[in-house]
Design a protein around this ligand. Structure first.
Ligand code: SF4
Ligand code: SF4
Length: 511
């Protein structure tokens, strides 16, 4: 890396961001230590003065790492930008050895013992006790092998509750943080994207207790019960979401989820795409890929083509896309518009360029003329085959949702007279929490906050009440011995066969 002392103002951005601490400020100018520098390019990218440029040639003693697109030049005795690889005596080796499971068993922690993984009875149809200090509606015991287990069930009203909805689409639906509406009521917000999916957060305690609380509670419940729900994003799309079904975005059903970003698509299909065209551009809003400059293209033996794209380069062959209603979720509706120019000292007349997107659904083939202009030609069989291979590798788009809630409050009193002991037992894996029989994920830290995939819960099991709160069927299953030790309502325990499925509520009935 070379620093232009005339341009450098000594701001220190490169010092702050250099992953291997190779930069120092000396006399108000950046100085790069060649014995540490890996040429990862971070300093080039963060320097707002354009004072750093990449060295053209790798120092002889540095090893090129090919384990990710950065392709560090790891100096002798130095480490790569990610700190995972080091140059040890002229060999690239991992900085930490491969770790067997036995070495992390204690950190991973125990799974619940098999006898308590499934509840004796679910809380679906159990009812609610109110006030919570009365025993839960059903406390049911059963003998499993050599041990007695008990399940405590309640349909718990939870004001700390929401659904996180995953909508598989590469179509932009609205900005992160934008409000989500059901009718005219604000019920949630757009969250950050996940791989190939847009994420919505519907509900949460502040929305449930705010002016739109009833609409919020109904929307959470409808989504969790897998009903179709119409949503509108502030300054964005209209959605029809139903868990388990393809999303409908602005009236169009989304069929395919993208195979990965444009770089991943090249990473998977470069050998096939090489047969389809001399150059391939895979449009994607996150990372658009250019085959000839991408590490997968060079690995597959693709020649340089001189094609330059309009997007800003991240690493060779990988470009940050933009967002729009065009191909691959970019603004590009005319595929040729992604090409900035072709350097015809590198490219050649007759060279072919295939432009597609990460679902392989759109594709166009072009041929380069003598003057470097591109003319569209019909897709060849090989190009069609490659596009089909991408499309066939895409999973169907669908909507999924996890219900997220906290049950660390008063509802614990229906289980035990010492609620903290229930919290501790849940975190220790001694009391197993299930929702309608489905195991969930318990957040670490205080309280009992959990996530559960709603598709593992019988549809119609979630309700809402105008407190407002959503109502979730919740079960805690544990050894009877542990239940006794935590101060559980043992006097209310009954054998499973004594439970009336018709739902006679008795003294502790629904409030
Ligand atoms: S980021 Fe650029 S201007 Fe700032 S210290 Fe580094 S080289 Fe100099
Ligand atoms: S894997 Fe690590 S060392 Fe290798 S190129 Fe990437 S950042 Fe550098």
């Amino acid at each position: 890396m070379l620093v232009d002392g005339d341009k450098c103002i000594g701001c220190g951005f490169c010092v702050r961001d250099c992953p291997v601490e190779a930069v120092r400020i000396v006399k108000k100018k950046a100085q790069i230590d060649p014995l540490r520098c890996t040429a990862c390019g971070v300093c080039v990218r963060v320097c707002e003065q354009g004072a750093v440029t990449a060295a053209a040639e790798r120092p002889e003693a540095a090893l090129e790492c090919g384990h990710c697109p950065i392709k560090c030049w790891v100096p002798p005795s130095g480490i790569g930008a990610c700190h995972r690889y080091r140059n040890q005596d002229g060999r690239l080796v991992r900085t930490t050895p491969l770790v067997p499971f036995a070495a992390v068993r204690e950190i991973v922690g125990p799974d619940p013992r098999p006898e308590i993984r499934q509840p004796v009875v679910t809380a679906i149809g159990a009812g609610t006790t109110y006030p919570c200090c009365k025993p839960a509606p059903h406390i049911v015991r059963e003998r499993r092998g050599a041990v007695d287990v008990v399940t405590v069930v309640t349909e718990v009203p939870l004001s700390y509750s929401s659904v996180i909805v995953k909508v598989d689409t590469d179509i932009p639906i609205g900005k992160e943080g934008a409000a989500v509406y059901a009718g005219k009521r604000e019920v949630g917000m757009v969250e950050t994207e996940q791989y190939g999916s847009k994420m919505l957060h519907i509900g949460g305690v502040n929305r449930l207790t705010g002016p739109n609380g009833f609409a919020v509670a109904r929307t959470i419940t409808d989504i969790a019960n897998r009903k179709p729900v119409k949503l509108r994003i502030e300054n964005g799309s209209r959605l029809l979401v139903q868990v388990g079904k393809p999303p409908v975005v602005d009236g169009r059903e989304v069929a395919k989820m993208r195979v990965g970003c444009g770089s991943a698509t090249l990473g998977i299909f470069a050998p096939l795409l090489k047969d389809a065209a001399d150059e391939v551009v895979v449009l994607d809003a996150h990372i658009t890929g250019l085959m000839s400059r991408h590490v997968a293209g060079t690995f597959a033996g693709v020649k340089p083509t001189g094609v330059a794209l309009k997007f800003k380069q991240s690493t060779p062959g990988r470009y940050f896309g933009d967002h729009g209603a065009g191909w691959g979720g970019t603004s590009i509706t005319d595929p040729l518009k992604v090409i900035d120019h072709i350097d015809m000292t590198v490219g050649w007349p007759g060279m072919t360029v295939l432009i597609t997107e990460t679902t392989g659904q759109n594709g166009a083939l072009f041929e380069v003329g003598a003057d470097g202009t591109l003319g569209e030609i019909p897709l060849t069989d090989k190009a069609r085959f490659a596009l089909k291979a991408i499309a066939d590798s895409c999973e169907p788009s669908r909507v999924s949702a996890v219900y997220s809630a906290g049950s660390g409050g008063s509802a614990r009193a229906g289980v035990t007279r010492f609620p903290i002991k229930l919290t501790q037992a849940v975190h220790a894996g001694k009391a197993h929490l299930t929702v309608g029989g489905a195991g969930g994920f318990i957040w670490p830290g205080g309280g009992i906050s959990f996530l559960v995939d709603v598709e593992r819960v019988l549809p119609g099991s979630f309700y809402w009440t105008p407190t407002p709160a959503t109502i979730c069927p919740l079960e805690y299953t544990m050894l009877v011995a542990d239940y006794e030790a935590m101060g559980g309502h043992v006097a209310a325990m009954r054998p499973f066969k004594a439970v009336d499925p018709a739902g006679e509520e008795g003294e502790g009935g629904a409030g």
